[in-house]
Design a protein around this ligand. Structure first.
Ligand code: UDP
Length: 453
């Protein structure tokens, strides 16, 4: 385990922009008073498996800052076993929970259990009696459960993964995880449709974003040249190498995600290919930018590198005319602020944002784009379509033939951007009201209080 130190002040920003957040702030302060009485001075530990990359790492820093400013003692631990097989197992588990059958899961299980056992022993040295434990996702679940078995603490399992259908593969995994949930008083899921069979009560708290993080804040002026050190293109083989400023100044469609087959990156590349081939000259002013973490930097995602190579291969198979307009942007995870600024600037300047995931538990990148007031086009993957009301704040594309539909949408965005402007405004307003972190904190209090009572 490594502890991540979280410092900073977030609350003051909300207060300074009170006109947007008035009612939410009132509710926040009212509920914080009650929660302080109940939670008192006990330490609240958030435990997940990565400090950078992915939705959980994105949400925790400002969530933790806010709670600390509201008078709670909150700390953040990363469970990061060195064994590669540990993360191969959890990635396979993640895929299986989305009904993608993975061979070799059983062979990897002993590595996961062994690392979890060591983790449990380490937790005994870190967690003090009375502390509150919030575990994120399956990676640290078993380590925590084994620890809690001999050292009961108030505990919540926050599962960010969700799949709205029941299938034998999915049920088998829930059955496996369910064995370790008896030590928890509550489970938090992103949507009620993700509920599975368990005796542990479930609370629903959708993910949320911080308007003031370096990802989501508004950027003025040009990007500094130093940011260029944090990006590489198409496996470092893009000729001539563009600068970030060049991309930001152009017209482009954007997709942001980890390099992962479920994210549907291949579908966006195929859609763009069709768009450029079938559309009119306007197409040639419009690029496609696909941004994700440098796969070499992401330890908890062993498939990332492989999938990235697949995307590079897909690009090399495109005609020269199309290929030179597709940018696979790998962003270094070594400098977190630079990563956030690059993603934030790419989102801010995009002509339209696409998220065509095959499966998606929530899709924070769609929330980020909605929050920025961008035209957002999503697939009907459950976690995406629940954020969008088709035609009101974005566009939902149904299966099948999603590539054709996305190509048409690219054309529409290229020639009729003004048709999307009202939607984009609505998207931002709705996000300000219901997707910012202060809107969700009262729900967290409720869950923690229920765990304690
Ligand atoms: N992200 C990032 N840098 C990248 C790619 C993604 O900071 O290079 C962030 C992205 O902005 C979002 C999160 O990682 O906040 C991904 O969350 P999402 O729910 O979309 O996907 P997950 O990775 O959790 O499946």
């Amino acid at each position: 385990f490594d502890e991540v130190l979280v410092e900073g002040s977030v609350l003051a920003h909300y207060v300074a922009e009170r006109n947007h957040y008035d009612e939410l702030l009132d509710e926040l302060f009212r509920s914080s008073g009650e929660a302080r009485n109940m939670i008192g001075s006990r330490c609240i530990w958030h435990i997940n498996s990565t400090a950078f990359g992915g939705g959980v790492a994105e949400m925790l820093p400002h969530h933790i800052c806010l709670l600390r400013e509201l008078g709670f003692d909150v700390r953040w631990l990363i469970f990061k076993p060195k064994e590669e097989q540990f993360f191969q197992f959890t990635k396979a588990l993640h895929n299986s929970l989305h009904d993608v059958k993975v061979a070799g899961l059983k062979d990897l299980l002993p590595h996961y259990l062994e690392a979890s056992k060591k983790g449990a022993a380490e937790l005994e040295r870190i967690i003090r009696p009375d502390d509150f434990v919030i575990i994120h996702d399956p990676q640290p679940l078993v380590a925590a459960a084994k620890f809690l078995e001999s050292h009961p603490h108030p505990a919540i399992w926050r599962c960010h993964i969700g799949y709205p259908k029941r299938t034998p593969t999915v049920d088998e995994i829930w059955g496996f995880l369910g064995e370790y949930l008896h030590q928890f008083q509550r489970i938090v899921l992103s949507a009620k449709e993700y509920a599975f069979d368990t005796d542990v009560p479930i609370d629903i708290i959708p993910p949320s974003i911080s308007p003031f993080s370096s990802k989501n804040r508004n950027y003025e002026g040009p990007a500094g040249e130093t940011l260029d050190h944090s990006v590489s293109f198409n496996g470092r083989e893009f000729e001539p190498t563009p600068s970030l400023q060049d991309i930001l100044g152009s017209r482009y469609f954007l997709h942001v995600s980890r390099w992962d087959g479920l994210k549907g990156i291949d579908r966006i590349i195929a859609a763009y290919d069709r768009f450029v081939k079938s559309a009119h000259a306007e197409a040639y002013d419009t690029r496609l930018v696909i941004a994700g973490p440098d796969p070499l930097d992401v330890a908890d995602d062993p498939e990332g590198r492989e999938y990235f190579e697949k995307c590079v291969l897909l690009c090399t198979q495109l005609s020269k005319e199309v290929r030179r307009r597709v940018y696979l942007v790998c962003i270094s995870m070594k400098d977190h602020d630079a990563n956030a600024e690059i993603v934030g600037r790419l989102q801010q300047n995009a002509h339209g944002v696409f998220a065509l995931s095959r499966e998606e538990g929530f899709g924070l990148t769609a929330t980020e784009a909605l929050f920025r007031g961008k035209p957002v086009v999503v697939s009907s993957a459950f976690g995406l379509k629940r954020q969008v009301v088709n035609g009101l704040n974005g566009v939902i594309l149904d299966e099948p033939d999603i590539e054709d539909k996305a190509a048409e949408m690219m054309h529409h965005l290229a020639v009729g951007y003004s048709d999307f402007e009202e939607m984009a405004r609505t998207a931002r307003e709705r996000c300000l009201r219901s997707s910012t972190q202060i809107s969700q904190i009262p729900k967290w209090y409720h869950s923690m209080q229920s765990a304690l009572s």
